[in-house]
Design a protein around this ligand. Structure first.
Ligand code: AKG
Length: 356
C-alpha cells in the first residue's frame, strides 16, 4: 500500500539513472537538467534565434483557463482558441512581450523532433526514441488541467518556474475522471484552480503533493500519476515520455486506470491498445517463473484490454481461469509456470485469430 504521506523524494543528478525510470513514486531531481545546454541557451527572447523559420500551434486564453471538456473541446470556448501553424518566432515574441496579464499564450506540447528539431541537441535524452519529446513554452499563470498520462515522464524545467501538483493513481476515486468512453478518459472533472466541492466533494480526500520546479530541475513522474501544472512566471519546459515497465502498469491504483482505459482505447487508439496488450503479454510470459503474481496481474490487465476483440465466452473462461490461478497461488506459491504460460498463449491465440 502506498504511503500517502510519503514526501516526494529529492535527489541529485548523480543519484538519478535509467534505473530510476522503473520507479513507481515521483522524484524531484534538484539539479537534473543543470548541465543541459538548453538551460544556458534558451530564454524567451532568444530561443527563436536558435532555429530557422519554423511553425508551431499557439493556444490563447483570454481568461487564463486552459480547461477541456470530455468531448475534447475547451471548457470556455469564448475565451480560448488555438492558432495552428504560427511562426515560432512570432509566437515567442508574443509570449515574451505580452504585458496584458489577463491574456495568456501557450505553445503547449509541441513535438521538438517534428517542429523544432534544431533544439534536440540542447537536452539530455531520457528516451530511446525522438517521439514523445515536447516543448511547453508560455506566459506566466498558464495551467494544464489535472490529468494523468499512461507513460513515464521526465519533465525538465529550462526557464522560469512551474508549480506541479501530483496525486497518486491510488487517489483516482477522489479525482472524478472523465468517462472511460469519452475522448479524453485521462482528464479529471475537478477544476483544480477553483474546485467545486459541492459537485466533487471527495476531492477533499485526495492527497496533493506539491513541487515547484526551477531552471535546471527535473521531475520524474511515473505513469498514471495525476498532475496539474501551473507556470508561476514565463516558462519553458521539456517533457520526455516513454513506455512504462510492466510493474508500473500494475502498481497501486495504476492497474485500475489501465483496466479502465484499455477496452476504451480500442476505438480511438487501437494501435496503442494492441501495443499495450502485447507488452503485457510479453511481460507476463517473462515473469511467469520469477514473479507469478505479477504475471497473472499483467494477464488480467491484458485480458481486460481484449474485451472488444475476443468472443465473450472465451473471454469469461480465460478470466475465470486466471482468477482460479491467482487463488491457487495464494495457497501454493510454487504454481507451475506452465499454467500461466498456457494462458498467455491462449490470449495471444484468441487475439490473433480475431485481429488477423
Ligand atoms: O507543463 C505543462 O503545462 C503540462 C505538462 C504535462 O502535462 C506533461 O508533461 O505531461
Amino acid at each position: 500500500m502506498l504511503n500517502h504521506d510519503m514526501p516526494l523524494s529529492i535527489i541529485d543528478r548523480l543519484q538519478f539513472s535509467k534505473d530510476s525510470l522503473n520507479g513507481t513514486l515521483p522524484i524531484h531531481v534538484i539539479d537534473g537538467a543543470k548541465n543541459w545546454p538548453a538551460v544556458k541557451k534558451w530564454n524567451p527572447e532568444d530561443i527563436a534565434n536558435l532555429v530557422p523559420s519554423r511553425q508551431v500551434d499557439l493556444t490563447i486564453s483570454l481568461d487564463g483557463s486552459f480547461g477541456i471538456n470530455p468531448d475534447g473541446l475547451p471548457s470556455h470556448p469564448d475565451t480560448r482558441k488555438i492558432i495552428k501553424n504560427v511562426s515560432f518566432r512570432e509566437a515567442a515574441l508574443i509570449i515574451s512581450q505580452n504585458h496584458d496579464a489577463q491574456t495568456r499564450f501557450y505553445i503547449s506540447q509541441q513535438s521538438i523532433s517534428q517542429k523544432l528539431p534544431e533544439l534536440l541537441n540542447d537536452i539530455e535524452r531520457w528516451t530511446t526514441t525522438d517521439e514523445g519529446i515536447n516543448i511547453w513554452f508560455g506566459s506566466a499563470d498558464v495551467s494544464s488541467p489535472l490529468h494523468y498520462d499512461p507513460s513515464i515522464n521526465v519533465f525538465g524545467q529550462i526557464y522560469g518556474y512551474k508549480e506541479i501538483t501530483l496525486f497518486s493513481p491510488a487517489d483516482t476515486p477522489y479525482l472524478y475522471p472523465f468517462p472511460p468512453d469519452s475522448l479524453l478518459p485521462h482528464l479529471s472533472f475537478v477544476d483544480f484552480s477553483d474546485p467545486d466541492l459541492e459537485r466533487h466533494p471527495q476531492f477533499l480526500l485526495a492527497t496533493p503533493i506539491k513541487v515547484t520546479l526551477g531552471p535546471g530541475q527535473l521531475l520524474f513522474l511515473p505513469p498514471f500519476w495525476w498532475h496539474h501544472v501551473r507556470s508561476k512566471t514565463i516558462s519553458i519546459s521539456v517533457n520526455q515520455w516513454s513506455s512504462p515497465r510492466l510493474h508500473q502498469y500494475l502498481g497501486d491504483g495504476a492497474r485500475d486506470l489501465l483496466r479502465r482505459q484499455l477496452p476504451i482505447d480500442r476505438m480511438q487508439r487501437k494501435t496503442q491498445t494492441n501495443f499495450m496488450v502485447s507488452e503485457l503479454l510479453d511481460g507476463a510470459e517473462q515473469l511467469a517463473l520469477l514473479d507469478p503474481k505479477l504475471s497473472i496481474g499483467a494477464l488480467l490487465a491484458a485480458l481486460n484490454g481484449t474485451i472488444s476483440y475476443i468472443d465473450p465466452k472465451i473471454h469469461r473462461q480465460l478470466q475465470d481461469k486466471l482468477l482460479y490461478l491467482a487463488n491457487q497461488l495464494d495457497q501454493f506459491p510454487q504454481l507451475p509456470s506452465t499454467d500461466i504460460i498456457h494462458c498467455v498463449r491462449q490470449i495471444r491465440f484468441s487475439l490473433n485469430t480475431v485481429i488477423s
